[in-house]
Design a binder for this molecule. Structure first.
Ligand code: UD1
Ligand code: CA
Length: 482
C-alpha cells in the first residue's frame, strides 16, 4: 500500500525524549497502546516503510523503559540519549550525533503520532525530491490551531518563510490556521548547519528545530509545506483522553477497511480489530468482538457477540459465541460457546464442539469430537468423534505435576466423571456416568468407577416416620397395592 520511494533516505529520526506528564502514568507515554501496539511501534512502522539507511530514536525521559521496549520491537534502531530536554532542535542534534554522516535526506518525526502512515512519509519525501527544497514540512489546516507552531508564508503565499510557535506569534500570525505537524524532510547538510546556528532566543528559551526553516531560506534554499487533509495523522497523544480518541479512530479505519473487503461488522463501535489480524470473505463479527494479535478468521465464520480472541486461528464457517480465547486453533465448521474459555494449546478439529461453560487448555480435540457442557478439559487428547459428557473434569494436576488424559476415537465419557490423569480411555470404549476414573480402559470396554447403588427398604418409615415424605410414600405404596 505504501507508495514506493525510490532510493533510500539516509535517516529517520524519531523524537521521543519528552516527559509525557499529562498521561499521569508510571509507564512512558510511548509504551501506551493504540490497537494493541505501542505508540513507539506505530512510529517505527511508519519510519520503516521508508526503508531508511538508519533509524534513530531520541530518548530521554524514562529512557530505560523506552530503550528496552525498542530493543524488543525494533532491534535495528539506534538510540540516542538527550540528557536534558532543551528543545526539539537539541533533540535532533542528539539524533544526528548517533549517525556517522549527515549527507542525504533526514526525515524527522515524533514518537507519539500513532495514525501517521508510511504512505504519508513517502509522499513527503516525494515532494521534497520533486521540488529540490532544503526542507519539506508536513502541515495541516485546523479550525482551532491553538498551541501549534504556525506556518508563516512568503508574501506571495508560496514558500514557507518561518514556523512561529504560538507563544512567539504576533496577533496577526496567531490567526494563521496552517500548523506545523512537527514532521519534516531535511537536506542533511542544511539540517546540520542550521542546527549549529540555533539560539534559544524565544519565549521558552529552547533550541527550536523549526528555526532551521529561517536558516535554510536565508541560505537561499527552498522550503515548502505539504498540506495533509487527514488531520488525524498529525494528531499526537498527550493524555489518556486523546489516547482513547486516537485508538477509536484508528480502529474505525481498520473496521471500515474490512467492511470494504467483504466482512460484515454489525456494530463497528463495539468491534475492535488489531492491524495484525486477518479476516476472510463473508466473516460476520457480532457486537462486542475484539480480535487481537495474530488472530486469523477464515471465510464464512461468525464471531461474537462478546468475544475476545488473541492469537487464535478460526477455520472456515466456524461459529464462536461469547468466548474468551488465546493461542488456540478452531477447525473448519466447528462451534464454540457460549461462555467458553479457550486457553493456550487448545486445538479443536473440523466440526468439533466446545460448548457452554467449558474451559480448555493444552487440549487437542479431534474432528467431530464434542465437549458440549460444563467441563474442564486440560492436558488432553480427545479422539475424533468422541463425546465428553456434561460436567466431566479432566483432573490433570496432582498438586505437584501435570499429566495427560487420552480419550480414544468415538469413545464416550458419561456425565459428571472425573478423569484422574495420567489415564487412557482407548478407542471405542465407554466410561459410566459419575465415574472417578484412575485406571486405563481397553477398547470395547465399559468402565464403571463408582460405588454400586444400594436401596434400603423401609428407611423412610423408620427414620422419618412423622414427615410428609412418609405420608407421600404411604399413599404411593397404598395406591400400588390398590
Ligand atoms: C512542536 C513544534 C511545533 C509543532 C508541534 C507539533 C518546535 C519548536 N515546535 O511543538 O511547531 O506545531 O511540535 O506537535 O519544534 N522532544 C524531545 N526533546 C526535547 C523537546 C521535545 O525529544 O527537548 C520531543 C517530544 O518528546 C515530542 C516532540 O519532540 O515527541 C515535540 O515536542 P513538544 O514539546 O511536544 O513540541 P511542541 O511544543 O508541541
Ligand atoms: Ca506536542
Amino acid at each position: 500500500m505504501t507508495e514506493q520511494v525510490s532510493g533510500q533516505v539516509a535517516a529517520v529520526v524519531i523524537l521521543a525524549a519528552g516527559a509525557g506528564t499529562r498521561m499521569r502514568s508510571t509507564r512512558s507515554k510511548l509504551l501506551h497502546a493504540v490497537a494493541g501496539q505501542s505508540l513507539l511501534s506505530h512510529a517505527v512502522d511508519a519510519a520503516d516503510a521508508l526503508a531508511p539507511q538508519r533509524l534513530v530514536v531520541v530518548v530521554g525521559h524514562e529512557r530505560e523503559q523506552v530503550a528496552a521496549h525498542l530493543a524488543e520491537i525494533a532491534p535495528h534502531a539506534l538510540t540516542a540519549v538527550q540528557e536534558q530536554q532543551r528543545g526539539t532542535g537539541d533533540a535532533v542534534r542528539c539524533g544526528l550525533a548517533a549517525l556517522e554522516a549527515s549527507e542525504g535526506e533526514v526525515v524527522v518525526t515524533m514518537g507519539d503520532v500513532p495514525l501517521l502512515t508510511g504512505e504519508t512519509l513517502a509522499e513527503l519525501v516525494s515532494q521534497h525530491r520533486a521540488t529540490g527544497d532544503a526542507v519539506t514540512i508536513l502541515s495541516s489546516e485546523l479550525d482551532d490551531p491553538t498551541g501549534y507552531g504556525r506556518i508563516v508564508r512568503d508574501d506571495d503565499g508560496d514558500q514557507v518563510a518561518a514556523i512561529v510557535e504560538q507563544r512567539d506569534c504576533t496577533p496577526e500570525q496567531a490567526t494563521i490556521r496552517e500548523i506545523n505537524a512537527g514532521i519534516y524532510v531535511f537536506d542533511g547538510p542544511v539540517l546540520r548547519d542550521g542546527l549549529a546556528s540555533l539560539t534559544a532566543d524565544n519565549d521558552q528559551g529552547e533550541l527550536y528545530l523549526t528555526d532551521v526553516v529561517r536558516f535554510a531560506r536565508s541560505a537561499g534554499r527552498g522550503v515548502h509545506s505539504h498540506v495533509l487533509e487527514d488531520r488525524w495523522q498529525t494528531e499526537g497523544v498527550n493524555d489518556r483522553v486523546q489516547l482513547a480518541a486516537l485508538n477509536r479512530e484508528y480502529n474505525r479505519r481498520i473496521v471500515e477497511e474490512w467492511q470494504r473487503a467483504g466482512v460484515t461488522v454489525v456494530d463497528p463501535a463495539t468491534t475492535w480489530i488489531h492491524a495484525s489480524v486477518d479476516l476472510g470473505t463473508d466473516v460476520t463479527l457480532l457486537p462486542g468482538t475484539s480480535l487481537e494479535g495474530a488472530t486469523t478468521i477464515a471465510a464464512g465464520a461468525t464471531i461474537g457477540p462478546d468475544t475476545t480472541l488473541t492469537d487464535v486461528e478460526v477455520g472456515e464457517g466456524a461459529t464462536v459465541i461469547r468466548t474468551h480465547g488465546s493461542l488456540a486453533v478452531i477447525g473448519d465448521g466447528a462451534t464454540v460457546g457460549p461462555y467458553s474459555f479457550l486457553r493456550p494449546g487448545t486445538q479443536l478439529g473440523v466440526r468439533g464442539k466446545i460448548g457452554a461453560f467449558v474451559e480448555t487448555k493444552n487440549a487437542v480435540i479431534g474432528d467431530g469430537a464434542k465437549v458440549p457442557h460444563l467441563t474442564y478439559c486440560g492436558d488432553a487428547e480427545v479422539g475424533e468423534g468422541a463425546n465428553i459428557g456434561a460436567g466431566t473434569i479432566f483432573a490433570n494436576y496432582d498438586g505437584v505435576s501435570k499429566s495427560t488424559t487420552v480419550i480414544g476415537r468415538h469413545s464416550f465419557v458419561g456425565s459428571n466423571s472425573v478423569l484422574v490423569a495420567p489415564v487412557t480411555v482407548a478407542d471405542g470404549s465407554y466410561v459410566a456416568a459419575g465415574s472417578a476414573l484412575t485406571d486405563d480402559v481397553d477398547p470395547g470396554q465399559l468402565a464403571i468407577a463408582r460405588a454400586r447403588q444400594r436401596n434400603i427398604p423401609g428407611w423412610v418409615e423408620t427414620r422419618r416416620g412423622d414427615t410428609r415424605t412418609w405420608q407421600a410414600a404411604r399413599e404411593a405404596i397404598n395406591n400400588e397395592g390398590a
